[in-house]
Design a protein around this ligand. Structure first.
Ligand code: AKG
Length: 385
């Protein structure tokens, strides 16, 4: 597997694309202009976006499927514990989010990404701030560009929407659909986190910030719209590079086009097939920390395809501003130390933005002393994934 690392990012900066007529340098936060992309030489991918052939890491068809759990089922907690232990992920039905709303969010995402590039970059995010249009943050650590575009909604939805659609009626539809989606996702995500805590033998009292003020809770969440355009050579492209999420949990709607894959404990890729009306739950690094290493945060990626434009919508739930996440006291064995030091979501995002998948290792308790000062000094804060 080709990894994303700071080394890759540095290499990109020094080797600018020789094919600038069809591409932008892939290390920028501006994605390829997919709506205007002119593919030369028999539909070949720009070399900046050509990953090594993935035939050696094809999915494992014999692997157990990622479980689909009905949240209202009496055995939900038991099934969730098993899924968190084995996969670090599961799908949920019975979540109460109307299917019609999911379809409307997907339609709004399609409307956004079909805007001309000139309009989308009016809402371009900056390297310091994740909110807005651009490539997925993970791409900054990758040796090759991603076949995707993203839009991160943090804070005011209206602020984003009016940059994209100056006409009120065009922006207000986006605001009302995304606003309702955020409300519904907050409810379902809190329900899911409560069930996961129960499966660990914990209650919301063990994690007091679960009862935090409403404003604090809304600061704990970010919505990420992802677009994966039809690709002329899907076997050599990458939609979203392998990564774990920094969040506590991520709840993902992936429409009805497959693309999401998780890595099993054996290191093989497992496809998560779209299931009508179901949402995918991925455990993130903060949950791994809270569970004192018991539940793993799942490594995942998104592939692209040659015939369908795929949209996914991720709801990242981290922790309220200023709250330090640390291993739950009840999960730390007597006489032993917690596996990780306390960290805020913001500081952890900074660490992840700089060090990618090595970030977790860096806050292991044996290393914790150097880390927090490193993290606070050079946090590339506000980077999500
Ligand atoms: O599109 C997907 O299936 C995965 C998206 C994802 O991993 C992300 O937004 O971090």
């Amino acid at each position: 597997m080709m990894h994303c690392s700071r080394r890759g990012a540095r290499a990109n900066r020094s080797s600018k694309s020789s094919n600038m007529s069809t591409t932008l340098p892939h290390h920028t936060i501006i994605p390829l202009d997919f709506t205007n992309l002119i593919l030369t030489q028999s539909n070949k991918l720009p070399h900046t976006h050509t990953w090594p052939h993935r035939s050696y890491d094809s999915p494992d068809p014999s692997h157990h499927p990622v479980p689909v759990i009905d949240l209202s089922a009496p055995r939900a907690v038991h099934l969730i514990r098993h899924a968190c232990d084995k996969f670090g992920a599961f799908q949920v039905t019975g979540h109460g989010v109307p299917v019609q709303l999911l379809k409307e969010v997907e339609a709004e995402a399609r409307r956004l990404f079909s805007l001309p590039m000139g309009r989308k970059i009016l809402a371009l995010r900056s390297p310091e701030n994740m909110a807005g249009y651009g490539t997925a943050p993970v791409s900054l650590l990758c040796p090759k560009g991603l076949w995707s575009e993203g839009f991160t909604i943090a804070g005011s939805v209206a602020e984003h929407a009016t940059k994209l659609w100056p006409a009120h009626d065009e922006s207000s539809r986006f605001c009302s659909v995304i606003g309702e989606y955020k409300k519904q996702m907050e409810l379902v995500t809190k329900k899911i986190i409560t069930l996961i805590l129960t499966s660990l033998g914990l209650t919301n009292d063990d994690v007091p910030w679960m009862k935090a003020e409403k404003e604090a809770v809304s600061e704990a969440a970010v919505v990420q719209l992802n677009s994966y355009p039809v690709c002329p050579d899907p076997a050599q492209a990458m939609g979203m590079a392998p990564h774990t999420d920094s969040s506590m949990v991520t709840v993902l709607y992936q429409g009805n086009v497959a693309g999401l894959q998780l890595q099993s404990e054996k290191g093989r890729w497992v496809t998560v097939p779209p299931t009508e009306g179901a949402l995918v739950v991925n455990l993130g690094d903060l949950m791994h920390i809270l569970s004192n290493g018991r539940f793993r945060s799942v490594l995942h990626r998104a592939l692209v395809n040659g015939s369908e434009h795929r949209i996914s919508v991720a709801y990242f739930y981290g922790s309220p501003k200023g709250v330090e996440v640390k291993p739950a006291v009840n999960l730390v064995g007597e006489g032993t130390s917690p596996m990780y030091g306390p960290v805020t979501w913001k500081d952890y995002l900074g660490l992840k933005g700089r060090h990618g998948q090595k970030a977790l290792e860096m806050i292991k308790t044996s290393k914790v002393h150097g880390m927090l000062s490193v993290c606070k000094m050079c946090a590339m804060s506000n980077v999500v994934s």
